[in-house]
Design a protein around this ligand. Structure first.
Ligand SMILES: [Zn+2]
Length: 161
């Protein structure tokens, strides 16, 4: 199975190519439609969460946010599970990873020269020998991720890298 990642400032999705008898079938899986603006205390506190299941009310208290905010995030993608009574449980470590991904998705413009965010392995990586492709008023720098081999597209303005 081959994974390819396409990301722009507008959307990002993993394209999974499944070999079939007649070539490939592609499945696009959108990684995140909405990014969340996270306040500084959450970014500081999330890595301290424990690898245990939290009730939304407990997690919201530990993060210092309203539980309604947390429930909004659950709707747009915080990893969670439900028990037999429909109650939501959130693993602290998975939540911290989600926070990291949200930060990465929003980090685009502040990446250093020659850096890009890979949506497949979810980390900042070096852009190795990127190709420039014109895309409207922007330029897309395309390269293969040195960590996972996924395709990275980084949108930049003229003159940036
Ligand atoms: Zn990667």
């Amino acid at each position: 199975m081959e994974f390819r990642v396409f990301s722009t400032h507008f959307s990002s999705f993993c394209v999974i190519m499944l070999p079939t008898s007649r070539g490939y079938r592609t499945m696009a899986r959108r990684i995140s439609e909405t990014t969340v603006k996270l306040s500084h205390p959450i970014i500081v506190r999330a890595p301290g969460l424990l690898p245990m299941l939290y009730k939304p009310s407990e997690l919201a208290r530990d993060l210092g946010i309203p539980v309604s905010t947390l429930r909004d995030w659950v709707r747009i993608g915080v990893p969670h599970q439900r028990d037999g009574r429909g109650h939501i449980w959130i693993n602290g470590v998975e939540f911290a990873q989600w926070v990291e991904v949200q930060r990465g998705l929003r980090r685009g413009p502040s990446l250093g020269t020659g850096e890009a965010y890979c949506f497949c392995c979810r980390q900042v990586v070096r852009l190795v020998e990127p190709k420039s492709v014109a895309s409207g008023k922007k330029i897309l720098l395309q390269a293969d991720c040195p960590q996972c081999g996924g395709r990275i597209n980084k949108g930049v303005s003229h003159g940036e890298s």
